[in-house]
Design a protein around this ligand. Structure first.
Ligand code: APR
Ligand code: PHB
Length: 390
C-alpha cells in the first residue's frame, strides 16, 4: 500500500489530522489497534475549548456538536462551603467551552472520513515503523492474518501515551519531562440530571471533587483518591457519600442516580521533546500527557494536528520544509503553557498528603485570590476557554 501520510491511532489527534489533510487534498491512511466500536464508546474527556469548537465547525464536522453540545459561559470554584463563579463572558470577551464527549467527536470524525472514502484500518496489529530517517518511511502491520506494509511520505504518531510511535524515536535524541501526582481520579458516569448548569470544581479537606456532565440527563463526576486504590473498594453508596461531602454548598444538594460506568485513572504530567524525528511527527497524548483538571488533553491534541496539517500542506504546496522543521518548537510553546495551567489547577484544587497546615491555608488563599481578583480570574478563564492559537 502507498499513501502520502500514514497515521497511527484513530483518537481525536489521528482523526482530526486525517480530516484536515483531506481538506487540503492530501491522502492519508489511519491504522487503529482497536475496533471501531471500542474507540467510539471509550468514556474519555468532555470539554471542548473555543479553538477546538471553531476548528471542528470550520472543518465541516461540527454540525452535531452544535446541535447536541452544551455551551457553557462559566465554571464554579467551590471551597469552604461557598461557590464562586468564573464568568467567561465578562473575562474573555465571550469565549466559551462546549460540553461534548470525546467519543462523540470521534464518532463524527469517523463518519466524516468514511463518507469521504477515507481509509481507516481498524484492528491493525503489530504496527512498526521503519526508514523514518529516509524520505519514504514504511509502516508494517497485520490485519487479521494478513501482513501489510504501507509506504508513505510522512508518519503521524497519534497513538497515545502507550503507543509505539514515541518509542520509535531513538532514546538518544529523546527527552521526557514528567511529574507524577500522589493521587488519582475516580470517575463515574451517572444517569441523573446534573445538579448544576455549569461545572463545579471543589477543594475540600477530604479531597478534590468535580461535577461535570455529558447531557441534560447524564452526569459525569470525579473525586480524588489514592493512586493505588481499587474500584472494588468503592461501592456506589460510598462514591455518592464522598461526592456529597466534598461538593457540599449551602442551598445546594447533589442529585444521585444509577452509576453506568466507573473507573480510576492515574494522573501525570509528561512532555516528550522533540515531538518529531525524521519523517515521524508525534501529536496528542503520544507526545504529552496533562492532568485532567484543566480539561486540556483533547484540546492540546487538536492544537498539535492543526499545526501538523498546515506544515504538511505547505510541503506539498511549495516543497518548503520550514513549517515541518519548526513543528516541534511551535507545538511545544503551547504544550508548556498548557502544562503549566493544568499543573496549576491540579495543585490549587487537590489535597497533597505531604502538605502542611501552612500549605492548606496557602491553597485557600490562592482560591480566595482567584475568586476575588479580576486579574487572577481572567488568567484562569483565558486558559480554560483556550489561549489564542499562535
Ligand atoms: N497501533 C495502532 N493504534 C494504536 C496503537 C498501536 N500500537 N497504540 C494505541 N493506538 C490507538 C489507541 O487505540 C487510540 O485509539 O491510538 C489511539 C490514541 O488515541 P488517544 O489515546 O485518544 O490519544 P489522542 O488522539 O492523542 O487524544 C488525546 O484522548 O486519551 C485521551 O485524555 C486524552 O483527551 C485526550 C485525548
Ligand atoms: C469531563 O467532563 O470529563 C471533565 C470536565 C472537566 C475536567 C475534566 C474532565 O477538568
Amino acid at each position: 500500500m502507498r499513501t502520502q501520510v500514514g497515521i497511527i491511532g484513530a483518537g481525536p489527534a489521528g482523526l482530526v489530522l486525517s480530516h484536515l489533510l483531506h481538506l487540503h487534498g492530501i491522502e492519508s491512511v489511519v491504522l487503529e489497534a482497536r475496533t471501531r466500536q471500542y474507540v467510539q464508546e471509550r468514556v474519555r474527556a468532555g470539554v471542548l475549548e473555543q479553538n477546538t469548537v471553531d476548528l471542528l465547525k470550520g472543518a465541516g464536522v461540527g454540525e452535531r456538536m452544535m446541535r447536541e453540545g452544551l455551551v457553557h459561559h462559566g465554571i464554579e470554584l467551590r471551597f469552604q462551603g461557598e461557590g464562586h463563579r468564573i464568568d467567561f463572558n465578562a473575562l474573555t470577551g465571550g469565549r466559551t467551552i462546549t460540553i461534548y464527549a470525546q467519543a462523540e467527536v470521534v464518532k463524527d470524525l469517523i463518519d466524516a472520513r468514511l463518507a469521504a472514502r477515507g481509509a481507516i484500518l481498524f484492528e491493525a496489529a503489530d504496527v512498526s515503523l521503519h526508514e523514518l530517517e529516509g524520505e519514504q518511511p514504511v509502516i508494517r502491520f497485520h490485519t487479521g492474518d494478513e501482513a501489510g506494509q504501507l509506504s508513505c511520505d510522512f508518519v503521524a504518531g497519534c497513538d497515545g501515551f502507550h503507543g509505539i510511535c514515541r518509542s520509535s524515536i531513538p532514546s538518544a535524541v529523546l527527552n521526557e519531562y514528567e511529574r507524577a501526582y500522589p493521587f488519582a481520579w475516580l470517575g463515574i458516569l451517572a444517569e441523573v440530571p446534573p445538579s448544576s448548569d455549569e461545572l463545579v470544581y471543589a477543594y475540600h479537606d477530604r479531597g478534590f471533587a468535580l461535577m461535570s456532565m455529558r447531557s441534560p440527563r447524564l452526569s459525569r463526576l470525579y473525586l480524588q483518591c489514592a493512586p493505588d486504590e481499587s474500584i472494588d473498594d468503592w461501592p456506589d453508596a460510598r462514591i455518592w457519600q464522598e461526592l456529597r461531602s466534598r461538593l457540599a454548598r449551602s442551598g445546594w444538594s447533589l442529585s444521585e442516580g444509577p452509576i453506568l460506568q466507573k473507573g480510576i485513572s492515574g494522573m501525570r504530567s509528561s512532555v516528550l521533546e522533540p515531538m518529531q524525528y525524521g519523517r515521524l511527527f508525534l501529536a496528542g497524548d503520544a507526545a504529552h500527557i496533562v492532568p485532567p483538571t484543566g480539561a486540556k488533553g483533547l484540546n492540546l491534541a487538536v492544537a498539535d494536528v492543526r499545526v501538523l496539517a498546515a506544515a504538511i500542506a505547505e510541503f506539498y504546496r511549495s516543497g518548503s520544509r520550514e513549517l515541518l522543521d519548526g513543528y516541534s518548537q511551535t507545538c511545544l510553546r503551547r504544550v508548556w503553557k498548557v502544562q503549566r495551567f493544568s499543573w496549576w489547577m491540579t495543585s490549587m484544587l487537590h489535597r497533597f498528603d505531604s502538605d502542611t497546615a501552612f500549605d492548606r491555608r496557602r491553597q485557600i488563599g490562592e482560591l480566595d485570590y482567584v475568586t476575588s481578583s479580576r486579574a487572577a480570574a481572567q488568567s484562569l478563564a483565558e486558559n480554560y476557554v483556550g489561549l489564542p492559537m499562535e
